[in-house]
Design a protein around this ligand. Structure first.
Ligand SMILES: Nc1ncnc2c1ncn2[C@@H]1O[C@H](COP(=O)(O)OP(=O)(O)O)[C@@H](O)[C@H]1O
Ligand SMILES: [Mg+2]
Length: 262
C-alpha cells in the first residue's frame, strides 16, 4: 500500500511498541508529532522514536536505508530494535515547504544526489509492488491506470538505484544549517521514481502551476535524470497516489505519448 493524505491507520500497536522501546532504552517521550499518519513518531530529547504502522510494508527497510546513508543527506539512525527506530532529531525541524520554490528544489536536488545509491540487498525492487498498487487503484476507479500500465511496459523499469520512496517537501527537514531527509520508503528503482511525490508536494499543491512543475523537472533533468521517465513515473505513481490530479498529470506527457484511446 501507499498512503494518501486522507487515510488514517490504527496506531495502537505501533504506540505500544514505541512505549516498550522507550522503556527499554530509558527514554522519555514527548507528544507525538502532528504530521505523522502512518507511524507513531515522538520526540525523545535530541532523538526521535519512530515505529511504523505494522501494516506498512513500504517502510520495512527504513532503518536499513538510514543506516546506509549514515547521516549523509538523511537523519542518522542511532539505535533500532525490531520495528522501533531511534533517529537523530532534526532541529529546528521546519520543512522545505516554507522556502521559495527554486531554493527548495535546489536543496532537494542536492539531497537526492546523495541518497540515490547503486546498491542491492536488502532493498527490494519496486516493480514487484506496482501491479498490485495499480490493480487496487483500478478497482477504486482511477482513470489513469490503463495509461500507467502502458507506460510501465514502455519504461521497462530498472532496479539499479536505492530511492528514497517518499521524497517530498514535508519529509525534508532543517537540521542546523542544512536540510536532511526523513521517512524513507526505500526501494530499488529508477531514480526518476522519486520525482512524482516531489512534483505534487507540498500538501496544498494540486499541480496547477505548470511552469513551476516544469522548472522542478528541469532542475532534476540538469543532473542527468531522464525527462520522459520523470513524466511517465508521474503518471504511473499518480494513478494510485493522486487519481484526482489526472488531468494535470496527463498534461505533462509529450503529446505523441498520449494514446488515442485515453
Ligand atoms: N528525525 C526527525 N526529526 C524531527 N522531526 C521528525 C523526525 N522524524 C519525524 N519527524 C516529525 O514527525 C512527522 C512524521 O514523521 P514521518 O517519519 O514523516 O512519519 P510518517 O510516515 O507518518 O509521515 C514529520 O513530518 C516530522 O514533523
Ligand atoms: Mg512523512
Amino acid at each position: 500500500m501507499e498512503d494518501s493524505p486522507e487515510q488514517r491507520f490504527d496506531l495502537s500497536a505501533a504506540r505500544a511498541t514505541a512505549l516498550a522501546a522507550a522503556r527499554e532504552w530509558g527514554l522519555e517521550l514527548g507528544d507525538p508529532f502532528a504530521l505523522s499518519n502512518v507511524s507513531y513518531v515522538a520526540p525523545a530529547g535530541h532523538a526521535v522514536l519512530k515505529v511504523a504502522w505494522e501494516g506498512d510494508d513500504e517502510s520495512l527497510h527504513e532503518g536499513d536505508a538510514l543506516a546506509l546513508w549514515d547521516g549523509d543527506g538523511a537523519v542518522r539512525l542511532l539505535r533500532r530494535s525490531g520495528r522501533a527506530l531511534l533517529e537523530e532529531r532534526a532541529t529546528p525541524g521546519d520543512d522545505l515547504s516554507a522556502l521559495a520554490d527554486d531554493e527548495a528544489t535546489a536543496i532537494a536536488v542536492d539531497l537526492a544526489i546523495r541518497l540515490w545509491r547503486r546498491v542491492g540487498s536488502p532493498f527490494r525492487p519496486v516493480t514487484s509492488e506496482i501491479p498490485r498498487w495499480l490493480d487496487r487503484a483500478e478497482r477504486e476507479g482511477s482513470e489513469l491506470v490503463p495509461l500507467a500500465r502502458e507506460l510501465l511496459v514502455e519504461l521497462d523499469p530498472g532496479a539499479d538505484w536505492l530511492v528514497h520512496g517518499d521524497f517530498h517537501h514535508h519529509n525534508i527537514l532543517r537540521l542546523g544549517e542544512r536540510f536532511v531527509a526523513i521517512d524513507p520508503k526505500p526501494y530499488l528503482a529508477d531514480r526518476e521514481y522519486d520525482l512524482p511525490a516531489f512534483l505534487w508536494s507540498p500538501m496544498d499543491n494540486r499541480m496547477e502551476d505548470r511552469a513551476q512543475t516544469e522548472r522542478r523537472i528541469a532542475a532534476f533533468v540538469a543532473t542527468g535524470l531522464d525527462d520522459f521517465r520523470i513524466r511517465a513515473w508521474t503518471v504511473i505513481r499518480g494513478a494510485y497516489l493522486r487519481p484526482d490530479y489526472a488531468d494535470q498529470i496527463r498534461a505533462l506527457l509529450p503529446t505523441h505519448h498520449l494514446p488515442r484511446e485515453h
